[in-house]
Design a protein around this ligand. Structure first.
Ligand code: ZN
Ligand code: ZN
Length: 214
């Protein structure tokens, strides 16, 4: 699986309860005997019967086999959604997907990451001109929806530092984005800084990585 054996995985971290993130978690975690971590709100709304679950709280670090994992709050239409930063020694990975806006605290939590995974859900013009019903367009573009390519660019620009090597754009919409548009938009934005991380976009339904921290 993605160059990683299930036996190398020690835990599953949930960000929120939406089924595009939790479908298959119960079966996978049952098959491999993995504990599932999530906020109280996320765990309450995810079918996890029979599994070992651990409740986490935004802002409180947990230790997982030498990794320091910090869940932090994001705005998204879910019960208690979080994003994560994961640190080991001097290395840090920031993962922010499924959030409607880039708040100062999100920028702060992601800052200094060697590797960032950033949501780039939609190209604004494609969404606005596309076939989605108006209520859905509004929900996606709202502060509790998803990040646009421009938002992803702003977050990447504000959070990258000289040690940021790679920004991976994730959670691209099948209908309202293309990897090329996402990468171009974010590249244009990060060019404005001295830090020039490489930008990679993972196509809808695709899988990036595994990524090595050197
Ligand atoms: Zn999602
Ligand atoms: Zn979601």
């Amino acid at each position: 699986m993605f160059g990683i054996e299930p036996t190398q995985i020690e835990a599953v971290l949930l960000t929120h309860e939406h089924t595009d993130h939790t479908r298959g978690v119960r079966r996978f975690s049952t098959d491999h005997g993995l504990p599932v971590y999530g906020t109280r709100g996320t765990l309450a709304l995810t079918p996890l019967e029979g599994l070992v679950t651990r409740t986490i709280t935004a802002g409180s670090n947990i230790q997982l086999n030498g990794l320091t994992v910090k869940p932090f709050k994001v705005k998204h239409l879910a019960a208690e959604p979080v994003a994560y930063s994961i640190s080991v020694g001097p290395m840090k990975v920031g993962i922010a997907s499924d959030l409607g806006c880039v708040t100062p605290s999100v920028t702060q939590e992601m800052r200094g990451s060697d590797l960032m995974l950033v949501e780039a859900n939609y190209d604004d013009a494609m969404l606005v001109d596309g076939d989605y019903p108006e209520f859905l367009k509004r929900a996606i573009r709202s502060d509790h929806g998803h990040l646009s390519n421009a938002d992803a660019g702003a977050l990447s620009l504000k959070s990258s530092s000289e040690n940021t090597n790679l920004v991976v754009l994730v959670h691209l919409s099948k209908d309202n984005n293309t990897p090329e548009k996402a990468r171009e938009a974010v590249e244009t934005e990060v060019k404005r800084s001295r830090n020039r991380p490489r930008i990679e976009a993972v196509e809808h339904g695709g899988c990036g990585g595994p990524y090595r921290l050197a």
